[in-house]
Design a protein around this ligand. Structure first.
Ligand SMILES: NC(=O)c1ccc[n+]([C@@H]2O[C@H](COP(=O)([O-])OP(=O)(O)OC[C@H]3O[C@@H](n4cnc5c(N)ncnc54)[C@H](O)[C@@H]3O)[C@@H](O)[C@H]2O)c1
Ligand SMILES: [Zn+2]
Length: 354
């Protein structure tokens, strides 16, 4: 068993730890009995994480005296709905969860968002624990307290801010992930590296991102924490985490979600950098650096859509509010700023990125 890494996150009213340790799944019971008073929980997973990891987690919980029921839903983004959230709530009543009890998410970002949302509304709010099992969930989705579901009209359109009571990440779970799912995580890691620079940037630049997943996860959690703590409700600097996402979301939409989020964010980062340099007449090496970060990590970034197609799609994005568009200005590695652009210039903004 490796060394335990622990990162503390303090938001306005809450404080929680992200614990990273190889082999941790077998110690979930022990780790939670020290942190939560209740001994009753609903363990939520998808069918894949249920068959891979629910057994080891549930038996560890039972060994530590927890009364645990399990609920599994079919894997995939298509399950991130009101209907699945409703089924989780019904399962919670079936398991007699009371005010003092808690939820556990064992899975990727879909499971975490759903479980966190159910926990936020069940009996008007119960604690929940995140056990991320994808690289993306470990480095991004499990931290920050955004929870929610998709609506027929768009992704993540309903939800709540609800911080977890703790996040437990076992890097060994990454071994069972398919390569395409690893790339999902890599794109957000490279985004964090551009925003924060430092050691994570060096690791991305050397292409050895996955040599030490514990270290990479810890660096990412610390970077995301700094934004979340500074701006828990996403009204200011946390929006820097949307780098690559304005154009990225438009690409996902245009592809009818056949281009994955991570792929689209990689394309979006390159396009948003290119257009920023054009619009603001910057002379900067940053575009070349970002492209080389992606190339080093074998992530493609050519966009297969026209500016018109992307602009149509982007106009429906929830992050575009009234008169102005928040765009990210990548001035350099570790040096990004928010700028405002009138929505009337959206077409020009997107065209400059292609
Ligand atoms: N709340 C946030 O701040 C935040 C941030 C980023 C993304 N998200 C959300 O996260 C979701 C994407 O997360 P994701 O990429 O983890 O998707 P996911 O949860 O659907 O997991 C991807 C696939 O991997 C499988 N899987 C999970 N763990 C596995 C393992 N260890 N081995 C093998 N297979 C495994 C799952 O069954 C699923 O089929 C999106 O809905 C997105 O909106 C939320
Ligand atoms: Zn993202």
């Amino acid at each position: 068993m490796g060394l335990m890494k622990s990162i503390n996150i303090k938001t306005q009213n809450e404080s929680y730890d992200v614990i990273i340790e190889r082999g941790l799944l077998a110690r979930v019971g022990e780790l939670l009995s020290a942190r939560l008073k209740s001994r009753r929980a609903l363990l939520v997973c998808d069918d894949v994480t249920e068959s891979l990891y629910a057994g080891i987690v549930a038996s560890s919980l039972k060994k530590s005296g927890f009364d645990v029921a399990t609920f599994a839903f079919p894997h995939g983004e298509a399950s991130k709905t009101w209907s699945t959230a409703g089924s989780i709530l019904e399962a919670a009543t079936g398991a007699n969860l009371a005010r003092s009890d808690f939820f556990i998410s064992l899975g990727g970002g879909v499971c975490g968002d759903l479980t966190g949302f159910a926990a936020a509304v069940y009996l008007r709010g119960l604690p929940f624990v995140q056990i991320p099992t994808t690289l993306l969930a470990a480095v991004d989705a499990s931290v920050g307290g955004k929870t929610g579901v998709d609506l027929g009209t768009g992704k993540n359109l309903a939800g709540a801010f609800h911080q977890p009571s703790c996040v437990l990440f076992d890097p060994d779970v990454i071994k069972s992930l398919p390569a395409t799912q690893i790339d999902e995580g890599k794109a957000e890691i490279i985004k964090h590296a551009v925003l924060a620079g430092g050691r994570l940037y060096q690791l991305c630049a050397s292409g050895s991102l996955l040599d030490d997943i514990e270290e990479v996860a810890a660096l990412n959690v610390a970077i995301k924490r700094d934004y979340v703590v500074a701006d828990p409700c996403d009204t200011g600097c946390r929006q820097l985490l949307n780098f690559g996402h304005t154009i990225g979301h438009a690409i996902e939409k245009c592809s009818r979600y056949t281009i994955s989020h991570g792929q689209a964010v990689a394309m979006g980062m390159v396009a948003e950098t290119k257009t920023f340099i054009k619009l603001y007449n910057e002379k900067s090496e940053i575009l070349r650096i970002i492209k080389s970060l992606l190339e080093k990590n074998s992530i493609k970034f050519d966009i297969p859509y026209t500016a018109q197609e992307l602009t149509q799609a982007a106009l429906h994005d929830k992050k575009i509010s009234y008169g102005n568009l928040n765009i990210i200005a990548p001035l350099g590695i570790g040096n990004c700023q928010l700028r405002r652009l009138p929505v009337s210039r959206l077409g020009e903004y997107i065209e400059g990125g292609l």
